[in-house]
Design a protein around this ligand. Sequence first.
Ligand code: FDA
Length: 302
Amino acid sequence: MLRQVILAASRSGSMRRLVENAPVSKQVVHRFVPGASVDDAVRASRELIGSGRLVTLDHLGEDTTDKAMAQATVDAYVTLLNALGDLTQDGQAEVSVKLSAVGQTIDEKLALDNARVICDKAASRRTTVTLDMEDHTTTDSTLGILRELRQDFPGTGAVVQAYLHRTEADCKDLAYAGSRVRLCKGAYKEPSSVAYQGKEDVDASYVRCLEVLMTGDGYPMVATHDPAMITAAKRLGRTRGTYEFQMLYGIRPTEQQKLADEGETMRVYVPYGDEYYGYFMRRLAERPANVAFFLRSLASRK
Ligand code: FDA
């Protein structure tokens, strides 16, 4: 229930103004976002890579309705990929892109062209792009754009969300050689007509999808903080290096380091930038304790 309310608020303009102007928001947000600038993103990446983890960077922003803003997002990714320097070599640092930030809501062709510019730049820096997955109204469009991009950039990563009824079938389609697929549970407010609503059903779907991807020919990217899902992935006994674990910046960092130290490939999703509102609200929705943390920090300022 709380999750549904917070996810609804994540799309509300007035709630956005309230949270962004709250006296301690920025400090609280820093738990999940290392900073606003490219330098902050590069610094966080260098530290994580130095500790044996890999990174995928997200320039925050979504639901762009303006061509100039979509272009600004493309420019930001190009600047980032240049600024990462040697960190992009062999895919140690890659980027994650939301198609809605590069024009998907304006025109699919615009989003494809813009994503192509980012993929081209990433390829010239010897790294890859993963297309984040947004709400279910965009799934077909995003997978369509992925197919187009993979013709020229076969390393482009897909994301699938276990809470959607369709995802086990999507995993079967995507489990082919060379196909990088990130499996996550899903972070948006979705109706029961398309998505499982309860944790048990979502977890059961996650395990089914995991089995498809881990026994298939692609490269699974197991994106979860859930110890039960991590154990399920390990039990499938796939050779290390032919898949990776992924977690979000600031969430379960000790477990991230433990997996990396065990010899697992561990990639951390690092968001940066000013447009943190939607991302931050989805993190609050995932865990009631995060809401309490946010409220406590407000109260302690009074
Ligand atoms: P679950 O939510 O069941 O949490 C399991 C445990 O993990 C919790 O008990 C808690 O200990 C810890 N935990 C989880 N979330 C936490 C939080 N916010 N703060 C503190 N602790 C937390 N979604 C999407 O729809 N599209 C996408 O493209 C992506 N991309 C993506 C990339 C990567 C690398 C990750 C890790 C996740 C995503 N997600 C995503 C988000 C994903 O769908 C999901 O919402 C979160 O990962 C939370 O789900 P868990 O699998 O962690 O399990």
